[in-house]
Design a protein around this ligand. Structure first.
Ligand code: NAD
Ligand code: ZN
Length: 249
């Protein structure tokens, strides 16, 4: 692994502009469960679209139960060595932004500035009123859910609320998509960490980077469809790899 990490460090140092692209695998070492594996929330609850949630109070109850359980699974999780390694690369100017599919805020908690964490799938730690657009912290809402409230309503206007995560049937945020494609089209290096690169449209971003001639580094436990285009593929645990990589900066 050491030589591969040294080569990855060299690619980053030789690139004037670079960005990181992350997925669920960067957070597994923080203890955040994979939502799709057996026993995860997706095997317990059915998938509900945003449109169903808007139309039907029973769907709202189910969706809030899913998000209550999901949040219980990760509200106390802390960043791991992979998040801290990426944050160090960011502080040193080796990468300029982190495009993430994750909804857990752990890149920000590790020290990457909020404006440079581009969240493709939103964030589970805030709740928004769909009528008046007020934003609320998640802790109060979670307490209500745990106390038995099935569908929390906006304390100010009584409107329907949702987490700021992007749900099935919702568009990905345009500003996040635009900025990600701008990075993918102009950066000289894209470093993927902990993503299967099989979830679309997010996976189009590293694909675009490859098409635009960026050098690709893949740090992922399992093979990905873009490995054949990568300059460097590093298997194993992201925490260990990022810790070693960050030590070279
Ligand atoms: P994925 O589950 O499709 O792929 C995760 C990849 O990470 C796998 O290929 C696996 O080999 C790798 N991996 C797991 N643990 C690793 C480790 N310790 N070190 C290195 N690699 C490791 O994840 P995805 O590509 O992000 O897509 C899943 C979807 O689910 C996304 O849409 C994401 O938003 C969502 N999700 C988010 C979280 C979170 O916010 N933490 C958690 C689960 C799922
Ligand atoms: Zn409101």
């Amino acid at each position: 692994m050491t030589e591969s990490i040294e080569r990855a460090a060299r690619i980053l140092k030789d690139s004037e502009r670079a960005f990181v692209f992350t997925g669920a695998g960067v957070s597994t070492e923080s203890g955040i469960p994979d939502f799709r594996s057996p026993g995860g929330v997706w095997s317990k609850y059915r998938m509900i679209t945003y449109q169903e949630f808007l139309a039907d109070n029973e769907a709202r109850k189910e969706q809030w139960a899913l998000h209550r359980d999901m949040y219980e699974g990760f509200k106390d999780c802390r960043p791991n060595a992979a998040h801290y390694g990426i944050a160090k690369l960011y502080e040193k100017g080796a990468v300029e932004a982190v495009v993430t599919q994750n909804i857990d805020s752990l890149h920000q908690e590790a020290g990457v500035s909020d404006e440079d964490v581009i969240e493709l799938h939103g964030n589970e730690k805030k709740v928004k009123c769909l009528d008046c657009s007020r934003l609320y912290g998640r802790e109060d809402i979670q307490r209500q859910l745990l106390d038995g409230t099935e569908v929390p309503l906006c304390p100010e206007c009584g409107g329907i609320m949702k987490t700021t995560t992007i749900w099935f049937g919702e568009q990905l945020p345009k500003n996040a998509i635009d900025r990600s494609f701008e990075l993918a089209s102009s950066c000289e290096c894209c470093m993927v960490v902990g993503s299967s690169l099989q979830v679309y449209p997010a996976a189009l971003i590293p694909e675009q980077a490859v098409r635009s001639g960026a050098k690709l580094i893949v740090i992922n436990r399992d093979p990905t469809p873009l490995d054949e285009h990568a300059e460097e593929v590093i298997g194993g645990k992201a925490g260990e790899a990022l810790k070693k990589l960050a030590e070279l900066f």
